[in-house]
Design a protein around this ligand. Sequence first.
Ligand SMILES: C[C@@]1(CC(=O)O)c2cc3[nH]c(cc4nc(cc5[nH]c(cc(n2)[C@H]1CCC(=O)O)[C@@](C)(CC(=O)O)[C@@H]5CCC(=O)O)C(CC(=O)O)=C4CCC(=O)O)c(CCC(=O)O)c3CC(=O)O
Ligand SMILES: NC(=O)C1=CN([C@@H]2O[C@H](COP(=O)(O)OP(=O)(O)OC[C@H]3O[C@@H](n4cnc5c(N)ncnc54)[C@H](O)[C@@H]3O)[C@@H](O)[C@H]2O)C=CC1
Length: 212
Amino acid sequence: MSQYYPIFIDLNALPILVVGGGNVALRKVQTLLHHGSLVRVISPRLVPELRELIDGKSCFWVEKEYSSDDIQDARLVFSCTEIEEVNAQVSQDAKAHYRLVNVVDDPEKCSFIVPSIMEQGDLKIAVSTGGSSPIVARQVRAELEDLYGHEMAEYLTLLKSWRNRAKSDLPPEKRSIFWNRATDGEVRTLIKAQRLTEAKGVLEKCFQSLSD
Ligand SMILES: C[C@@]1(CC(=O)O)c2cc3[nH]c(cc4nc(cc5[nH]c(cc(n2)[C@H]1CCC(=O)O)[C@@](C)(CC(=O)O)[C@@H]5CCC(=O)O)C(CC(=O)O)=C4CCC(=O)O)c(CCC(=O)O)c3CC(=O)O
Ligand SMILES: NC(=O)C1=CN([C@@H]2O[C@H](COP(=O)(O)OP(=O)(O)OC[C@H]3O[C@@H](n4cnc5c(N)ncnc54)[C@H](O)[C@@H]3O)[C@@H](O)[C@H]2O)C=CC1
């Protein structure tokens, strides 16, 4: 059996609880805000960079120690304190309320773990080592960042701009010919060489030949 099932969740406006205000909490909050969630941070202290993220709109700070009734409406819970007993309590409370919980000091108490993420436009790759070595997850992410540069974002934007047109104007068998041509390497190579107009021309020409 493979332990962790990867999914991409839409966190837009989803209430999230983060317990703790150190550097590890900071890293989790930065990623959560980048993905549009509503974050409530409970901690007696915050590192300065985390304090700067508190805006009273999408990120709130409750200046106190955690207690069991703090779970409230949180859909995901992150326990990021340095105190094992507190993290264990948060995990137990979250699980009692059937909420998904991440505990930064103990994978055993997690119902999910956080991957290392690389993003280039619509391409998002999440890397996990299942907790074996977070540093290796970070290194693999850096290798992927070298492999997939900015052209990937432009390439995907171009392909996306064709999705509705291909779907509505081409029958399924021609659609598959179109997408195979669009992704056979030439368009991506042209975009990488900053020849966007020619790349667009390849798609237009292919579409026209299939529409005839
Ligand atoms: C299980 C997991 C739970 C979770 O947090 O979800 C977990 C657990 C632990 N991490 C520890 C340490 C470090 N973690 C990092 C970094 C990251 N850790 C992340 C995820 C995860 N860490 C989950 C598994 C991910 C996987 O491998 O699949 C990343 C990917 C994502 C993120 O946190 O955003 C992010 C890199 C982001 C990026 O740069 O891309 C660094 C390096 C650094 O700080 O740069 C160190 C120090 C070096 C070291 O110790 O290896 C310790 C020991 C603490 C101690 O010794 O006290 C534990 C607890 C334990 O293992 O028991
Ligand atoms: N999963 C990961 O990615 C990593 C996990 N770790 C683990 O994460 C833990 C936290 O690391 P740091 O953020 O560097 O520690 P830190 O000591 O800087 O921060 C801990 C925070 O928890 C808060 N806190 C303490 N008791 C609390 C309570 N009862 N209620 C609410 N908040 C409370 C503190 O005020 C502080 O803001 C470490 O002990 C380590 O085991 C460390 C590195 C990476």
